[in-house]
Ligand binder design. Structure first.
Ligand code: ATP
Length: 365
């Protein structure tokens, strides 16, 4: 496998703050790689080092196998798309897309061919003469990407490029960006704090927390096999409880939560032993519901409760069930079978032990 980008033991310190702490990763050619993490975790600092705007404190950055540490930003085979697209309003669309090529000294006729090709690829043929403010937000986004892609970078860096768009457009652009990436067959490195953007578009996602990568894998890996409490909490929704390990059988733990519930869960990440503090995560879609009286005793975890809240949201509707001192979010089946539930109704809930993920408290190993 060939890698367009490799970061080796990359570290960046600002005074006493370590913004990026010994991060290593490889991005295969032509793939979509995302760095997902909360504000301040160090995502932008990594991008700025790759682009050459910041010098690493230590470590190395290789593009197509060659270190670029000594290469100035304008000579690196990378390009960057920012949240604020910075198209030039005084230029028309064709001039915007051709801007970088003109600066490289390419001839007019050749630029015109390249610009037309790029407009074709982004699905906007023939709009070269339009002004920037005649385009929709999504069209501007595509033009901004085309402007970078005509320069044929080895790696395109995208720093929260959908952040300034409204929700509906953002949803559409998630799919479009993935399509554009495939159309240009270019390696994309995308940073975001939005898990759904990362899950929809990426071949590989690195989840970042406090300067370090906690886990790297496909969206499915992160969602179904989180390696740390942070990843389990950050990717997807979960009910979560803190507690103590009461009993351990292999990697199946019996956990007593601080609120007094007892539940089985599968241990992941750092090893756990009886008496250890732990956090348990259970996804709302992993929990089955039945009317009071109906039996969910075949599940390792089952309990009676009362509906305290109905959160109607079409196919993603949920209820909140009070069980003991806990409020537990449960997805409603789409069958409509429970559509007439009301607040105050008694229900049973249950889930299999292996649907709970249990981790030692604190960061990954
Ligand atoms: P956001 O999603 O909010 O953009 P981020 O994950 O991109 O956040 P960074 O901008 O990389 O985070 O910042 C990581 C840490 O480094 C933060 O604690 C930030 O305050 C610090 N930091 C970033 N740039 C500098 C700088 N030039 N000088 C000092 N500290 C900095």
């Amino acid at each position: 496998m060939t890698f367009d980008l490799e970061c080796r033991n990359l570290t960046k310190r600002f005074g006493g703050t370590t913004a990026v702490d010994d991060v290593s990763f490889e991005v295969p050619s032509g793939s979509f790689f995302s760095i997902l993490g909360p504000s301040g975790c160090g995502k932008t600092t990594i991008m700025r080092m790759i682009a050459g705007f910041l010098e690493p404190s230590s470590g190395d950055i290789l593009i197509r196998g060659k270190s670029v540490l000594d290469v100035p930003p304008n000579k690196r085979p990378v390009n960057m798309v920012f949240q604020h697209l910075a198209l030039f309003p005084m230029m028309n669309i064709a001039e915007n897309i051709g801007y970088g090529l003109r600066r490289q000294g390419m001839g007019k006729a050749q630029i015109a061919v390249k610009v037309d090709e790029a407009l074709e690829r982004i699905g906007l043929p023939g709009i070269g003469n339009r002004k920037v403010d005649e385009l929709s937000g999504g069209q501007k986004q595509r033009v901004a990407i085309a402007r970078c892609m005509v320069l044929e970078p080895d790696v395109l860096l995208l720093d929260e490029p959908l952040g300034a768009l409204d929700l509906k457009l953002r949803e559409r652009m998630k799919v479009e960006l993935k399509t554009l990436q495939a159309a240009f067959d270019t390696t994309f490195v995308y940073i975001t704090h939005d898990q759904s953007e990362a899950l929809v578009m990426s071949d590989t996602i690195a989840v970042m927390n406090e300067g370090r990568f906690e886990q790297m894998g496909s969206g499915r890996d992160l969602y179904y096999r989180p390696a740390s409490a942070f990843v389990a909490g950050f990717v997807g929704d979960s009910n979560r409880w803190a507690g103590r390990i009461e009993r351990a059988e292999g990697n199946v733990m019996q956990v007593q939560t601080d609120s007094g519930l007892s539940m089985r869960a599968a241990a992941h990440g750092r090893p756990l032993a009886v008496g250890d503090r732990a956090q348990v995560f259970v996804r709302p879609e992993a929990i089955r519901i039945s009317r009071a009286g109906a039996d969910l005793a075949h599940f390792d975890n089952h309990m009676a409760g009362k509906v305290t809240n109905l959160l109607f949201n079409g196919a993603a509707s949920r209820i909140v069930v009070a069980a003991g001192a806990e409020e537990i979010e449960v997805n409603l089946p789409q069958s409509g079978e429970f559509a007439d539930l009301s607040e105050g109704d008694s229900v049973q809930i249950g889930w299999a032990g292996d649907q709970g993920n249990c981790f030692a408290e604190g960061p990954a190993a």
